[in-house]
Design a protein. Structure first.
Length: 291
C-alpha cells in the first residue's frame, strides 16, 4: 500500500486555502490547482507546486482533495475529458471530495473511480474558516471504507473529528443534516440579537450569558461576536449556503419530507443575496434587520 507523500489540492477558497496551507506546513509534497491562480501565490512561495489543470494534479499526486464551489464545478474538475482528474489519474490513488455537493454526484464519482481502480470518498466538512485554520473541522465521510482507514492520519491533521457513515453519498447526506441544523441556529442567532437589541439589553453580555445556557450554539459563540464587530467577512459564503439549503430541500423532497423551517431559512438567505450580500459570510443575515 503506497504511503501518502504527495497530496494534490484543488480549490483554494476560504477553507480550502487554509487546509492546504496546513498540509504544506506538515511537510507533504503539495500540488495545487485553482482557477484564480493568484490564490496559490503564498503556497507556491512556501514550496507548493502549481499545476495547470486538475489532470496535472492527479498525474503526480497520491491523494487528490477537491474543495470547490458548486456541484457543477465538482463535475468539471473530475469528469472533463481533457483537463479533469479522471483523465490523468492512475490505479491505486485516492480522491476525496470535500465540497458540499449532492449525494448523486458523489455516487457518480465513486462509480467512475472504481472503474479506474481508484478509491473515493465524499467527505464534506463543518467548522468554517476558523475550523479550517485551527484544524478543528468535523469531517463526514461516505464511500470506500479502505480509503477512510488509509486517510486517518491526513484527516487528523485537518480536523478534530471524522466519522465514516457508509456507501458513497452518505457523507453528503450527513452534511445536509448539518446544514439544516445550521440554518436553524443562524436564524435563531439573528432573531435573538434583534430582540435583545430592541429590549435595550447589552448585547455582549447577552451572548456571554446565553452561551453558558441552553440557548448555546456554535453560531452564537462564533458568529455572535463577529456580528457585534460588524465583521461580515465570509467564514462561509451566503451564496454557498443557499446552494446547500437547496440541495437539502431537494433531497428531502426525494424522501417525501417537508421541512418548513429550512425552507424559511432559505427564503431569508435568498432575500439577503438579493440585497447584494451573496459574497458575505452567513452571519450577514442580521442585515435583514440592521443597517
Amino acid at each position: 500500500m503506497t504511503e501518502i507523500k504527495k497530496i494534490g489540492f484543488i480549490g483554494l477558497g476560504v477553507m480550502g486555502h487554509a487546509i492546504a496551507a496546513n498540509l504544506l506546513a506538515d511537510g507533504y509534497d503539495l500540488h495545487v490547482y485553482n482557477r484564480t491562480v493568484s490564490k496559490a501565490d503564498d503556497l507556491v512561495a512556501n514550496g507548493a507546486h502549481l499545476a495547470a489543470t486538475p489532470k496535472a494534479v492527479a498525474e503526480v499526486s497520491d491523494l487528490i482533495i477537491t474543495m470547490v464551489g458548486y456541484p457543477t464545478d465538482v463535475k468539471a474538475v473530475y469528469f472533463d475529458k481533457s483537463t479533469g482528474i479522471f483523465s490523468g489519474i492512475s490505479a491505486g490513488k485516492l480522491v476525496v471530495d470535500m465540497t458540499t455537493s449532492t449525494p448523486t454526484l458523489a455516487k457518480e464519482i465513486a462509480e467512475k473511480a472504481s472503474e479506474l481502480g481508484v478509491l473515493a470518498l465524499d467527505a464534506p466538512v463543518s467548522g468554517g474558516d476558523i475550523g479550517a485554520k485551527n484544524r478543528t473541522l468535523t469531517i463526514m465521510t461516505g464511500g470506500d471504507r479502505l480509503a477512510y482507514d488509509r486517510l486517518a492520519d491526513v484527516f487528523s491533521k485537518i480536523g478534530k473529528k471524522s466519522q465514516y457513515f457508509g456507501a458513497a453519498g452518505s457523507g453528503q447526506h450527513v452534511k445536509m443534516a448539518n446544514q439544516i441544523g445550521i440554518a436553524g441556529t443562524m436564524t435563531a442567532l439573528s432573531e435573538l440579537l434583534v430582540y435583545a437589541k430592541a429590549a435595550g439589553l447589552p448585547l455582549e453580555a447577552v451572548i456571554e450569558t446565553l452561551s453558558a445556557g441552553g440557548a448555546n450554539t456554535w453560531s452564537l459563540t462564533n458568529y455572535g461576536p463577529r456580528i457585534l464587530k460588524a465583521d461580515y467577512s465570509p467564514g462561509f459564503f451566503v451564496k454557498h449556503f443557499i446552494k446547500d439549503l437547496k440541495i437539502a430541500l431537494e433531497e428531502s423532497e426525494k424522501m417525501g419530507l417537508t421541512l418548513p423551517a429550512t425552507q424559511g431559512a432559505l427564503s431569508l438567505y435568498e432575500q439577503l443575496a438579493d440585497k447584494g450580500y451573496e459574497d458575505a459570510g452567513t452571519q450577514a443575515l442580521i442585515k435583514l434587520w440592521w443597517s
